[in-house]
Design a protein around this ligand. Structure first.
Ligand code: 5AD
Length: 343
C-alpha cells in the first residue's frame, strides 16, 4: 500500500461494526492485516511529557477541569521538560509529546523558547504538542519554532452532543477551526474522541468518523470514557472496552495510513488493553516520561495506569513483551509520511 487513501464505509455497516460485540475479533484481524500491509510489524513510541494539569476549561468529563478543587496542581519548568526529554532521548525515544491543560502560563513566547531549546538539543526528534485550542498565530509560532505535530481531539462532531460535554463557552466550531488551522500551517494533525462518553450514541460516533474523513488526519487517538469522581459526570459508567477496540479497528480500516495509539485509557480499562489495541490495528504507544509527581497528578480520569509498562523507564521490558506478540518497537520518529516503509 503506497497511496494515502481513505476508505469510506457506509452507515449501516459502520453501525453494525460499532454495535455488534461478536465482531470484535474479526474486525481486529482485518485491521491488523491492513496495519501490517502499511507499517509492517513496527510500533512507534512517543515519550509523553505531561507539562501542566492547570486548565482554564471546565469540561464536564475531565478530572483536570478548572472547578476541581481536589487536585494537586502543578506545572513543569522548562528545565523539568528538557530533563524529561534528555531521559527519553537516552532511552531511544525520537518523538516527544508535550501535553497539558490550557494553562495561561504557557504563553506563545514561553512555548517558543521551550521548543527552540528542545529542537536545538535534539534536531532529529519530532515534537508533538497537545495544548488545546490556541490562536492561529500561536500555532504558527510553535510550528516555526520546531513543533511538527499537534494532537487535538474534537471529542464529538455532533454540535448537540458536544454541547452536553462542554460548558457553553466552548464551541465545536472553534475546535474544528483549530484543527483546520493546524493542517493549513503544515502540522501532522491528530483528532479523536472518547468512546461511550455520556449521552453519546452510535450516530454520534459515525458523525465523528465522517468529520475525520473530511479532516484527513495523520493521527487519530481514541479511548474509552472513564469516570473521574471529581466531575459532574461522576455517576456515568466507564466506556466499553470491546467497543473501543472495534473503533480502533474501524479507524485503521478507514485510515490505513494513520498513526493510531493504543492509549493509556485503553490500558486503564483493561489489563490487556494496550496489547489488544495493537492487535486491533493501533501502531503507536505513548509511554509516560513525566516526573513522578506529574504522573500522579495528571488525573484526567480515575485509576490512570501508573505502574509498570506505561512508564518510559520500562522500555526494554515493553520491547520484550511486544516482541512476544510479534511486534517490533523502533527508535524512529515515526512520521505519517513513512507509510509503506516497513523495514
Ligand atoms: N475519560 C477518558 N478520557 C478522557 N479525556 C479527558 N477526560 C477523560 C475521561 N474522563 C481525554 C480527552 C482529551 C484527552 C487528553 O483525554 O479526550 O482530549
Amino acid at each position: 500500500m503506497t497511496k494515502r487513501e481513505i476508505k469510506h464505509i457506509d452507515k449501516d455497516t459502520l453501525k453494525k461494526w460499532i454495535e455488534d460485540e461478536s465482531l470484535t475479533e474479526d474486525l481486529s484481524k482485518k485491521a491488523d492485516k491492513i496495519r501490517r500491509e502499511v507499517y509492517g510489524n513496527k510500533i512507534f513510541l512517543r515519550g509523553l511529557i505531561e507539562v501542566s494539569n492547570i486548565c482554564k476549561n471546565d469540561c464536564y468529563y475531565c478530572g483536570i477541569r478548572k472547578s476541581n478543587r481536589n487536585l494537586n496542581r502543578y506545572r513543569l519548568s522548562k528545565e523539568d521538560i528538557l530533563s524529561a526529554a534528555d531521559f527519553g532521548y537516552e532511552l531511544g525515544f525520537r518523538t516527544f509529546v508535550m501535553q497539558g491543560g490550557e494553562d495561561g502560563f504557557f504563553t506563545r513566547d514561553y512555548m517558543v523558547d521551550v521548543l527552540k531549546a528542545m529542537k536545538k538539543r535534539y534536531p532529529e526528534v519530532a515534537i508533538t504538542l497537545s495544548l488545546g485550542e490556541r490562536s492561529y498565530e500561536d500555532y504558527k509560532a510553535f510550528y516555526d519554532a520546531g513543533a511538527d505535530r499537534y494532537l487535538l481531539r474534537e471529542e464529538s462532531s455532533n454540535p448537540d452532543h458536544y454541547r452536553k460535554l462542554h460548558p457553553y463557552e466552548m464551541k465545536l466550531k472553534n475546535r474544528q477551526e483549530c484543527l483546520y488551522n493546524l493542517k493549513k500551517i503544515g502540522y501532522q494533525v491528530g483528532g479523536g474522541f472518547m468512546v461511550d462518553s455520556p449521552y453519546q450514541n452510535t450516530d454520534d460516533l459515525i458523525e465523528d468518523i465522517r468529520f475525520l474523513e473530511r479532516l484527513e488526519p495523520d493521527m487519530v487517538g481514541i479511548g474509552p470514557y472513564l469516570v473521574s469522581h471529581d466531575t459532574p459526570f461522576r455517576d456515568f459508567k466507564d466506556g466499553s472496552f470491546t467497543k473501543t477496540l472495534r473503533l480502533v479497528a474501524i479507524l485503521r480500516i478507514v485510515f490505513p495510513y494513520a498513526l493510531i495509539p493504543a492509549t493509556t485509557a485503553l490500558g486503564t480499562v483493561n489489563p490487556r488493553g494496550r496489547e489488544l489495541g495493537l492487535k486491533a490495528g493501533a501502531n503507536v504507544l505513548m509511554p509516560n516520561l513525566s516526573p513522578q509527581t506529574a504522573k500522579k497528578s495528571y488525573n484526567l480520569y480515575d485509576n490512570k495506569l501508573n505502574t509498570g509498562l506505561e512508564a518510559a523507564e520500562a522500555k526494554k521490558d515493553l520491547e520484550k513483551e511486544l516482541a512476544s506478540f510479534g511486534y517490533r518497537v523502533v527508535d524512529e520518529r515515526g512520521d505519517v509520511t513513512d507509510f509503506g516503509n516497513k523495514n
